[in-house]
Design a protein around this ligand. Structure first.
Ligand SMILES: Cc1cc2nc3c(=O)[nH]c(=O)nc-3n(C[C@H](O)[C@H](O)[C@H](O)COP(=O)(O)OP(=O)(O)OC[C@H]3O[C@@H](n4cnc5c(N)ncnc54)[C@H](O)[C@@H]3O)c2cc1C
Length: 558
């Protein structure tokens, strides 16, 4: 495990390195030239320089053995610098994941040690032209090569699409169909028959090299089959989804904050109608504060999931999906608001927010699209709803009610309203068999994510109040500010769950006209409407905190 001190030192070196080697002008130029700064990426991954990859390699193979929480912190920091460069580093994390979870001890020793000691860059080759979200449609094949009846190697043939580091990696993990099922193989860059295309001309993350790969009867020895047993590929990929989705969640979070952290100082200097924009409530309460609340709700979920993964609770795929979904959607919206917040300047290259917006767009697509996340989340929680006879989310609500009793300002009462409404929407959907409509299933995924994040942010606010946050946790907001953010988000979540839940249930024919009033009442809509009281005051307070004027305001009030 990495100590907090070591983590903070690594983050500091990363920031200092970026300031020197990747200042804004350099980033703008590389983006315009559509160029991956390979030397910078190698510097970041080189053991005698920044050595970021050492963080996720276990100590026994020469790494630092960082956990999910450490990786989240580093990913957020990298995303704040540049998402393209962050993606190049992520590709080595991803590419080595099948090895970390599924390889034989000998394979781990060879490859993980090489990543640690030589700074080997990896790429992760899963996606194909015809197999994106549905990896089951995989067409790349790995044919057995036998000698005297023994498998001595494989011949791999197929095409891979959109592979990060595709044109620059030293080694690749490639998913291919063997006679025993999908399996990962390690292929080195100079293998005969292995080629890559020119880099794609992309909307964003233009500092990341993305290329298609072609494998034409590429021969590998049998020891390149990860784990040594065929057919384990999809399980090995699944085993790390919680963890890898958390990394992309941290990307969305970091990029969203990067945009807001440009908009906030800008608005203190930009004078319109006689005063700085930061003084205008119609500006801060639309373009800044709600985005901060959504990003911090996602952060709460990321941090809690990372702690649980580090505590050995398993791969937490659904929680990883919720974290990714919420953080990347929030990051996108925040970056878009960042452009609006800078007006015409925001629309130009020079002010960077438009680049951040283009870059962050990928995070709702790669490592599982938002729609696939909605499906994953909804299916899993649907099972919980059924198994508990509809009580799962009522129980979550009760836990929030108990939390509210001990921490009355943490927003847990409003999160409880969201959970109760969610349980009722899901029960109505069960009785009327509404999840036969895929749209309803996916919308439930969104509502579940909002409700769960509201509960999680309330827990985070309460922990902060007790001074019990993880020592590595982000400390940007004090307890009062976190509680206000939690209330802001929970009000939004409760309203969204109840009103959109009502809309979709009625929309799918789940209640008759006559039963609508009773359903509205069961969702607790009047209470949810009353709970909106105080929203503007909380937003005023958060704006004051963000602009460093909360203390002054309190002084004046006293
Ligand atoms: C810049 C970049 C870098 C990437 N890096 C890598 C990498 O390093 N390694 C790698 O293996 N892959 C990588 N990818 C691939 C990425 O993971 C896929 O693009 C992604 O999984 C989506 O697959 P697809 O593009 O085929 O879209 P599709 O799966 O065709 O999806 C298209 C749209 O349909 C929706 N959709 C799909 N299935 C369903 C369904 N069943 N129901 C409802 N809606 C559905 C999707 O949500 C999406 O909106 C990268 C992609 C990009 C663009």
């Amino acid at each position: 495990m990495i100590t907090n001190k070591t983590l903070k030192l690594s983050l500091k070196s990363l920031r200092e390195f970026a300031k020197k080697r990747l200042p804004d002008e350099q980033l703008i130029e590389l983006d315009a030239r559509d160029e991956c700064p390979l030397e910078v990426v190698r510097h970041m991954c080189s053991p005698d320089k920044l050595g970021i990859q050492l963080l996720f390699i276990p100590g026994e193979f020469g790494g630092m053995g960082g956990g999910a929480f450490d990786v989240y912190c580093v990913c957020e920091e990298m995303a704040r610098i540049d998402l393209g460069v962050a993606t190049a580093v992520l590709a080595t994390f991803l590419g080595s994941d099948p090895i970390t979870v599924g390889a034989t001890p000998e394979q781990k020793k060879i490859w993980l040690t090489r990543i640690a000691e030589e700074g080997l860059l990896f790429a992760y080759g899963a996606t194909e032209p015809e197999a994106g979200s549905d990896l089951g449609a995989l067409r790349t094949t790995a044919e057995r090569v036998t000698e005297d009846g023994k498998v001595v190697g494989y011949k791999i043939t197929g095409n891979k699409q959109w592979i990060s580091n595709g044109g620059v990696a030293d080694a690749y993990t490639i998913l291919a169909n063997t006679p025993g099922g999908p399996s990962w193989f390690i292929v080195e860059k100079d293998a005969k028959g292995f080629t890559h295309d020119e880099p794609e001309d992309k909307h964003g993350i233009r500092l990341s090299n993305t290329a298609a790969l072609a494998l034409d009867n590429v021969c590998v020895e049998a020891d390149r089959l990860v784990g040594g047993v065929e057919g384990q590929g999809l399980n090995q990929a699944q085993a790390v989804f919680g963890y890898t989705r958390l990394m992309v969640a941290a990307f969305g979070l970091g990029a969203g904050w990067a945009a807001l952290d440009r908009a906030i100082p800008y608005s203190t200097k930009r004078i319109q109608a006689g005063a700085p924009l930061s003084e205008k409530q119609g500006y801060t309460h639309k373009l800044i504060v709600p985005h901060v609340a959504r990003l911090e709700a996602a952060r709460a979920f990321i941090e809690e999931t990372a702690e649980r993964i580090d505590a050995g609770e398993g791969s937490l795929n659904t929680e990883g999906a919720i974290a990714k979904y919420m953080a990347t959607e929030a990051g996108n919206l925040a970056a878009d608001a960042g452009i609006q917040a800078l007006g015409g300047y925001g629309y130009t290259h020079e002010y960077m927010v438009e680049k951040i917006k283009r870059d962050v767009r990928i995070t709702t697509i790669y490592e599982g699209t938002s729609e696939i996340m909605e499906m994953t989340i909804s299916r899993d929680r649907w099972q919980m709803h059924l198994k508990t006879h509809g009580q799962h989310f009522h129980e979550q609500a009760q836990q929030c009610e108990a939390l509210h009793a001990s921490h009355p300002s943490a927003g847990a009462d409003m999160a409880a309203l969201a959970f109760h409404a969610l349980a009722d929407v899901m029960e109505k959907a069960r009785v009327a068999r509404l999840t036969r409509h895929q749209h309803i299933l996916l919308r439930l995924g969104e509502l579940i994510s909002y409700a769960e994040c509201s509960g999680c942010l309330a827990r985070r606010a309460a922990r902060k109040d007790e001074n019990k946050l993880n020592e590595k946790a982000n400390q940007r907001f004090d307890a009062a500010a976190l509680a206000a953010l939690s209330r802001i988000f929970a009000r939004e979540a409760a309203l969204k769950v109840a009103e959109e839940g009502l809309r979709w249930v009625i929309g799918a024919g789940g209640v008759s006209d006559a039963d609508v009033p009773a359903f509205e009442a069961s969702l607790g809509l009047p209470a949810i409407h009353r709970a909106q009281s105080g929203q503007i005051a909380d937003m005023d307070f958060v704006a004051d905190v963000l602009y460093g004027r909360a203390a002054k305001r309190a002084e004046l009030a006293a």
